[in-house]
Design a protein around this ligand. Structure first.
Ligand SMILES: [Zn+2]
Length: 106
């Protein structure tokens, strides 16, 4: 039920990898999601369940980090939805970061 997701920015070439969604036995306490730390503006892979009520982070499931999603493809984990294309890039600040699932974890 979890994924490893690779990112790639169409504009500046930035790329990294993050975990999305917890494992079969840990999903109730551990649900890693991609987020932007509002203080440092850095990309972080944090536990949604620990930080969802915090205002320290913007999550990639929030509309503010999403750009045009022409084909409406999303990667879902319970209530969380990520767009596969045109997400906020922490490097060049454009909405040009694409997500691609590279591995399914359980
Ligand atoms: Zn970029």
């Amino acid at each position: 039920m979890g994924n490893i997701i690779a990112t790639k920015c169409k504009s500046c070439g930035f790329s990294n990898e993050f975990r999305y969604g917890g494992g079969r036995f840990s999903y109730q306490t551990h649900c890693p999601v991609p987020a932007i730390n509002k203080e440092t503006l850095k990309f972080e892979n944090i536990n949604y369940l620990e930080h969802k009520d915090s205002d320290k982070y913007l999550f990639y499931s929030d509309n503010i980090l999403k750009g045009n999603n022409f084909d409406n493809n999303t990667i879902n984990n319970f209530d969380l939805k990520l767009n596969m294309v045109n997400n906020y890039c922490p490097s060049c600040k454009e909405k040009s970061l694409d997500f691609r699932i590279t591995m399914f974890t359980d």
